[in-house]
Each structure stands twice: as C-alpha cells, then as structure tokens.
Ligand binder design. Structure first.
Ligand SMILES: NC(=O)c1ccc[n+]([C@@H]2O[C@H](COP(=O)([O-])OP(=O)(O)OC[C@H]3O[C@@H](n4cnc5c(N)ncnc54)[C@H](OP(=O)(O)O)[C@@H]3O)[C@@H](O)[C@H]2O)c1
Length: 300
C-alpha cells in the first residue's frame, strides 16, 4: 500500500510515520527551506511545497499512491486571518489540486479538517451539527469539506480536536510541549481559561487515521479525546504530571487577548468515533504519563 503523507515534519505527519503499519510504503513530503532537515524522517522524504502544482503532479504521477494523507496546512488561526490569500492558496487551492489528482488516479484521500469549523456555541459537537466557522482558518477547511461532499473522489474527512504530543525534533510546539518548555525554564506563561476543547494525543489520532486508511473508510469523523477541558485545565494537568510549578501558569481570558475570532467551545462528542470506528481515547493524564515516559519521540 503506497501512502503519500503531506506535512511530514508536522506534529501529526510525524506521528503518522512513527506509527505506520508494516504494509505501508510511505513517501512523506515537507515544506522545503534553505536549511536541510535537521533530523531524518522515518521514511523517504521529499521536499515539496504543495502550492507548486507541477512538482506535486510530478511526484504524484511517479509514486502513484493508493492513499494520500493530507496533513499539510497553514494551521495558525491568527496567521490565516492576517494572510488570507496565502492561507487560501495552501489550505484550499493546493488541497483542491491534490483532490483532483486523487480522483483521476483512484487514490483514497484523507483530509485533515479542524474543530474550528464550529462556532463554539455548544459543547460536545457532533458530526451532524451544522458547521459555522468564526475565522478564516475554519472557513478554509470547511470549503474543502464542502467540495469533498459533492466530489466523486473516495475520501475520509477527519476533524481533529486540539492535538498534543512530542513534535518532530526541533518542530513547532503544541499546547502541552509549550507549557513543559516554559515551566522547565521557570518562565511564567499565559493560558486561556475560558475556551474548551477535547484535547487528543497525536498518537491516538494517528492510530485512528491508519485504521481509516487501511480500510478506506469513507465519511466524516470528529476525533477528540475523552475529556472536555480548557487550555488552563490541560496546562495544570501537564504541570502536575511533569512535576513542574503550576504557579507559573497565568490564567487569562479570551476577552483580554487581541487575536482573530475564536470559537469558545469546540469540545467533541466521541459517539460516532466510538460506535463506527471502535476507538475510545484514554484519559488525558494517561497520554501525558506516556509522554513523560518517552521524553523525545524519534524513529526507532
Ligand atoms: N494541531 C492541532 O491541534 C490541530 C487541530 C485541528 C486541526 N488540525 C489540522 O490537522 C493537520 C495536522 O496538524 P498538525 O498539528 O500536524 O500541523 P503542523 O504541525 O502545523 O503541520 C503542518 C505541516 O504543513 C506544512 N506546510 C505548511 N505549508 C506548506 C506548504 N505550502 N507545502 C508543504 N507543506 C506545508 C508545515 O511545514 P512547516 O512546519 O515547515 O511550516 C507543517 O509541517 C493540519 O491540517 C491542521 O490544520 C490540527
């Protein structure tokens, strides 16, 4: 089974490679920069800007994947709001190009959408709830979801909730690693206490995605953790598990942070994931303990 993973140096792209099943013959792609990759990726990797359509077409045609797992995106809500044309070209136009290739080559397409498709006015969002994004990032992901709904390409739409885990060495921090790094340096860190999520480990997310990939499961799935919590709750739990000083966590309100509009509550219902994919996430504390046991995740 040939699998093309975009965003190979991202949090999820990296974990997908670490947890790849033996039958997966993978090429991962990463956004090229002037510097070579600081650490090798677990599988053969290709520098590829997904907005470079001719290179994407060339790689796709040469490799001829059975599955594309499309994790690459501009994922910063604030950046997307301030750079709409660039965000559109990565999150929408480049994704449409990949979908077009997948349709023509009968390749299954796994799209990583977001919890930000919801407006956050109610808790435990279900797949049947009407999406209504409050920022451009959420709108860019919803535009792709809507296109997939009327496209003949075989596809799975995964909406991840807030993800955490050890990133690719030297990669971008997430909420949990940001708190660990800050508290280890005895630096105070401001954390929102009034936005709710269903935080989920990149490890769990990867296992769900591989399950969908192996069985080419179609449909739309909200994938989140077992607990609804605020960023402040998550940070306090992180400090506790990693035995760091919680007094350095400074609670702040979303109302006091100048930023792009954000949904207040994007916690997920896990009902469809549990009943149709048969996955149940473990408590966040257990994921954090697992992170503590394996301090840096790197290829075996
Ligand atoms: N993390 C979360 O909490 C979360 C929640 C909901 C949805 N999602 C979605 O889930 C997916 C995976 O998330 P993640 O946390 O793994 O994201 P991530 O760590 O930000 O990884 C995204 C990857 O895309 C790459 N990329 C950006 N622009 C590109 C381009 N033009 N060409 C090629 N690659 C490009 C980035 O490269 P550089 O690192 O070099 O910029 C990065 O490696 C994303 O689609 C994200 O929108 C994430």
């Amino acid at each position: 089974m040939k699998v093309l993973i975009t965003g190979g140096t991202g949090l999820l792209g990296y974990h997908l490679q670490l947890l790849a099943p033996p039958q997966a013959n993978i090429i991962s792609c990463y956004l090229p920069s002037e510097e070579p990759l600081p650490y090798p990726l677990p599988f053969p990797a290709q520098p590829l800007d997904i907005t470079d359509f001719s290179r994407v077409t060339n790689l796709f045609t040469k490799f001829s994947p059975d599955i594309v797992i499309h994790t690459a995106a501009q994922g910063s809500i604030d950046w997307c709001e301030d750079h709409k044309p660039l965000a559109r070209s990565v999150n929408i136009d480049a994704t449409f190009h990949l979908i077009d290739l997948c349709r023509r080559h009968h390749t299954h397409f796994i799209f990583l959408s977001t919890n930000a498709v919801y407006d956050g006015h109610s808790s435990y969002a279900k797949e049947t709830d009407v999406p209504h994004p409050v920022n451009f990032y959420g709108a860019s992901k919803l535009a792709v979801e809507q296109a997939l709904a009327s496209d003949s390409v075989s596809s799975t739409i995964i909406r991840p909730n807030l993800m955490y885990g050890w990133p690719y060495p030297g990669g971008r921090d997430n909420q949990v690693t940001r708190v660990i790094n800050s508290l280890r340096q005895s630096s105070p860190i401001k954390i929102l206490f009034d936005t709710w999520f269903s935080p989920v480990s990149a490890n769990f997310m990867s296992r769900v995605i591989w399950y969908c990939a192996l069985d080419r499961i179609s449909g739309l799935f909200n994938i989140g953790g077992s607990q609804r919590m605020t960023l402040f709750d998550l940070s306090k739990l992180t400090a506790q598990i990693f035995q760091l000083d919680p007094s350095l966590l400074i609670p702040v309100s979303i109302k006091d942070v100048p930023a792009a509009p954000r949904a207040i509550d994007t916690s997920f219902s896990t009902a469809k994931m549990t009943s149709e994919l048969f996955f149940s996430p473990q408590p966040v504390a257990e994921d954090l303990l697992a992170m503590k046991t394996i301090p840096v995740q790197s290829p075996a």
